[in-house]
Design a protein. Sequence first.
Length: 157
Amino acid sequence: MAEERQKGPFEQLGEAVAGPLGQAVGRANDMAMNAVGSVLGSAMQALGGWWATPDAQQASSSFTDDEDREFRTHYESSRGTGASGGGDYHNARTAYQFGYVAARNPEYQSKPFDQVEAQVERAWQALGQQGSGDWSQVRDQVSYGFTYRAPGAPNPT
């Protein structure tokens, strides 16, 4: 007997709100989120070192809908100001997630972003993420992802 495919969070929400059409739209959003995560995961493997460890993969997969909503809100509130003003959130999401994952690197923990920025920038460039923006375009998003802490989470710095 075949197992039923597990529905993603957007698909579940779409189904609850708008039935089959909402479910289809939600499924598309879930697939887009998974695609961004798998692209970042594949690129991280190419970096080697900590980035290719199970800990890094776990950090990447710990990026939840809560973080995604927070980063989308940050992106929307900063549109039109500074480097975040262009493009759309789909492209910016990779930069936020990259910063979020980088903050979990043991070499960077308990350090402010400005102390590890040069290393994080080199890793970004090594990933070849220019499709999401060069460093000057994504720095603020990576920094926000790096410094983000879920409500109630301890601040390691």
